[in-house]
Write a protein that binds this ligand. Structure first.
Ligand SMILES: C[S@@+](CC[C@H](N)C(=O)[O-])C[C@H]1O[C@@H](n2cnc3c(N)ncnc32)[C@H](O)[C@@H]1O
Length: 351
């Protein structure tokens, strides 16, 4: 299960590292694609004050309610949207919120989801086997568990849970069906693979797999990442915190590809793809929690932060003549001043 909190009080993961990677500054404009209860969002608003603005997105309507309460003091500076971040492009255009100084993704589960709000994410609390971030989605975890074939279940548990006992677990699930509650599923997995050894519950990987499938987490992440670049202003930052290797692989591959630009085969004599780098990596090596953070919040242990900065090429359509002259001024980083940002926005909209 993706880690978040040691207790019910929320501790934003890698908080200082995230603020530094986003280069949060007064008057800046940010998108938090996973706003949840507003932990990182509050820190962004505090540090971008005066004049900062934040667009907060979350698929879970309960998270939006919690964020609204927590960020009340900044109500004039925030826009909260109950949406899937896979629709980032449509959201930015609808609310006219671009270009921005930074975009944050803090993937995984919220404290509310993890700590048993009856939504079926946790094997530690009995609840209906649901796992939908947004209750208006069609498919629940119970639908998948009870309607998939043994081969399908085995495949998804192995692929999305990286579980080596997937076949055996699928066999036991089929024998136990119908399975409608979290504890029934956790018990079934435990029977299939044996009792917990160490701190990790044997059902951890199966629950992770189901949650990823129910919420199409990997597809949504890939879709959203591709949409981020056009909404980042020059030198705008993209920061992603992930909690398992499947997510991290997607983030790493995306950032590396965009930082490389050219996708021609290595043996091609000249570049024919014409692609230019659109991102610059901020941290070549992934950032992980410090010893102090791990002591305070042990469930942050699998967090990995990657960050990149937007590059603008003279010929990528975004760079009109006006932007080109603007870029000269940007040498001084004066662009970070809101008035210049406004100017860039006007150019961007006119392009
Ligand atoms: C780990 S929590 C974020 C915690 C937040 N950074 C904080 O400090 O309070 C992850 C949040 O992302 C949301 N989420 C996951 N996938 C999403 C998606 N595709 N679209 C929108 N929100 C999503 C979840 O509902 C959850 O509330």
């Amino acid at each position: 299960m993706s880690p978040k909190l040691a207790t019910s009080s929320h501790i934003p993961v890698l908080l200082e590292e995230t603020m530094k990677a986003l280069a949060v500054q007064p008057g800046g404009r940010y998108i938090d694609c996973t706003v949840d209860g507003g932990g990182h969002a509050l820190a962004i608003l505090e540090r971008s004050s005066p004049g900062g603005q934040l667009l907060g997105i979350d698929a879970d309507p309960e998270a939006i309610k919690a964020a609204r309460a927590k960020l009340e003091a900044y109500r004039k500076a925030i826009l909260l949207v109950n949406e899937n971040f896979a629709n980032l492009q449509a959201i930015c255009i609808k609310y006219d919120f671009f270009p921005v100084h930074g975009i944050l993704f803090d993937l995984g589960l919220s404290s509310l989801q993890l700590n048993g709000n009856g939504r079926g994410f946790s094997f530690q609390h009995d609840a209906p086997l649901d796992m939908r971030f947004n209750p208006s989605q069609d498919t629940t975890a119970a639908d998948i568990v009870n309607n998939s074939s043994e081969a399908e279940l085995s495949h998804l548990i192995r692929t999305y849970g990286e579980e080596s006992h997937s076949r055996r677990i699928a066999q036991y699930i089929l024998r136990e069906r119908p399975i409608r509650s979290t504890l029934h599923l956790a018990w079934t997995v435990e029977r299939a693979v044996g009792r917990r050894r160490g701190r990790i519950h044997p059902a951890t990987k199966t629950f992770q797999a189901l949650r990823i499938v129910v919420n199409r987490e990997l597809e949504n992440l890939e879709t959203a990442l591709k949409q981020t670049i056009e909404f980042l202003g020059f030198e705008g930052r993209l920061v992603v915190i992930s909690y398992h290797s499947l997510e991290d692989r997607i983030v790493k591959r995306f950032m590396q590809q965009e930082a490389r630009g050219c996708i021609c085969p290595p043996d091609a004599p000249v570049c024919v793809c014409g692609r230019k780098p659109r991102l610059k990596l901020i941290n070549r090596r992934v950032i992980t929690p410090s010893e102090a953070e791990l002591r305070l919040n042990p469930r942050s242990r699998s967090a990995k932060l990657r960050a990149a900065e937007r590059l603008v090429n003279q010929d990528d359509g975004y760079a009109t003549a006006e932007v080109t002259s603007f870029l000269a001024k940007a040498e001084t980083r004066a662009w970070r001043k809101p008035v210049l940002l406004k100017k860039l926005e006007m150019v961007f909209l006119a392009a």
